[in-house]
Design a protein around this ligand. Structure first.
Ligand SMILES: *Cc1c(COP(=O)(O)O)cnc(C)c1O
Length: 353
């Protein structure tokens, strides 16, 4: 049942035994795409690779952690898993729970999750509960449910999530032959930046790589608790997957940025949306807005001279663009044209003779 997922591939680095029944959907092994056009559009001078995590089974990186969390939940003999979610954790939990034959309960902020993510939770049969509050309110309720013996929490406070997610750093090193100089990514609950830093360190300690990247984490301006240094009670941003006011892995994220001589900074919604469109137009890579925060971070860092010449830079784009088609249609700043069914009308519409 293990298939070719991340646990099977990196089991020597993960808390599993010979007897563990692996619950997998063949997650991981996502493309690392060299992006010449985007670098050229910025002005050149460095090497950029985009780790396209939207190509995981439920279309976000959350699957890497979920295969591990659900595998351990089954090992522990629970009946149900529960999570609070801005959408992608619940989509992933719902799918892996189906695979494992577990009940899945998801608590989401009322009216705040995208259409695609809601569709995923519902089609997989998760008990989907909208809470009149924000993500942080939903997480408080989950913590309370998690005190029961028959329910396992699969939010990023579940330590196995971090373990599974660190495999993305292994894949980057395996493919590049070593760690990059800088690693950019969006930051919400800060589990992913913690995971990458853990993974890069473990790989270097195991002699599989020789260096460590600077970790460059990006929050959205309206929900940037780490940058501002205090909890944000009503976080706001178009990038719903990082609309988090009180990150679960706050301290670990700060440690990752400090130990790596990196940074945690923020970008505005306009910068995020520009990066969202720019990545789609220059490279053909379609992501959800939160995923574009790391791209916006590259644009900002480059403009400040913060990317040394000749560096190798990796950016994780965390979720697929089809998760949120509404925002994509809005942000495309273009629309379709209706014509009569004759060739002249089509040529007129595309501006060709
Ligand atoms: C969960 C998520 C994030 C944020 O990751 P954290 O580990 O919470 O920092 C960013 N983008 C997408 C698409 C996500 O699903």
């Amino acid at each position: 049942m293990g298939g070719h997922g991340v646990i099977q591939r990196y089991r020597e680095f993960l808390p599993v035994s010979e007897d563990t029944c692996i619950i997998s959907l063949n997650e991981g092994n996502t493309p690392l795409i060299q992006s010449h056009n985007l670098v050229r559009a910025l002005g050149g001078g460095f090497r950029l690779f985009v780790k396209y995590e939207g190509l995981n089974p439920t279309a976000s990186f959350k699957d890497r952690g979920m295969t591990m969390a659900v595998t351990k939940a089954v090992e522990n003999g629970v009946r149900a898993i529960v999570c609070a979610s801005t959408g992608n954790t619940s989509a992933s939990a719902a799918a892996y729970a189906s695979r494992a034959g577990l009940v899945c309960v998801v608590l989401i902020p009322e009216g705040k999750i995208s259409y695609g993510k809601m569709a995923q939770a519902l089609i997989h049969g998760a008990k989907t509960i909208e809470v009149r509050g924000n993500f942080d309110d939903a997480l408080d309720l989950v913590r309370e449910l998690g005190t029961r013996d028959d329910i396992e929490i699969v939010n990023s406070i579940n330590p196995f999530r971090i373990q599974g997610q660190k495999t993305a750093a292994f894949e980057v090193c395996d493919e590049l032959g070593d760690a990059p100089d800088m690693h950019f990514l969006p930051v919400g609950n800060a589990g992913n930046i913690t995971s990458y830093w853990t993974g890069y360190n473990e790989y270097r300690d195991a002699g599989k790589s020789t260096s460590l990247p600077m970790m460059m984490g990006w929050q959205a301006e309206g929900s940037a608790p780490i940058v501002k240094g205090h909890v944000i009670t009503s976080p706001e941003t178009v990038a719903t997957a990082i609309r988090i006011g009180n990150p679960a892995s706050w301290e670990q994220a700060v440690r990752a940025s400090e130990e790596s001589s990196g940074a945690i900074d923020c970008v505005s919604d306009d910068e995020i949306l520009d990066a969202h469109r720019m990545l789609a137009r220059t490279e053909g890579i379609f992501v959800e807005p939160a995923s574009a925060a790391g791209i916006a971070g590259i644009v900002k860092s480059y403009a400040r001279g913060g990317i040394p010449p000749e560096s190798t830079v990796v950016v994780t784009v965390t979720g697929h663009g089809l998760k949120d088609p509404g925002i994509a249609i809005e942000n495309a700043k273009a629309s379709s044209v209706v014509v009569e069914p004759n060739i002249q009308s089509v040529l007129d519409a595309i501006g060709m003779e």
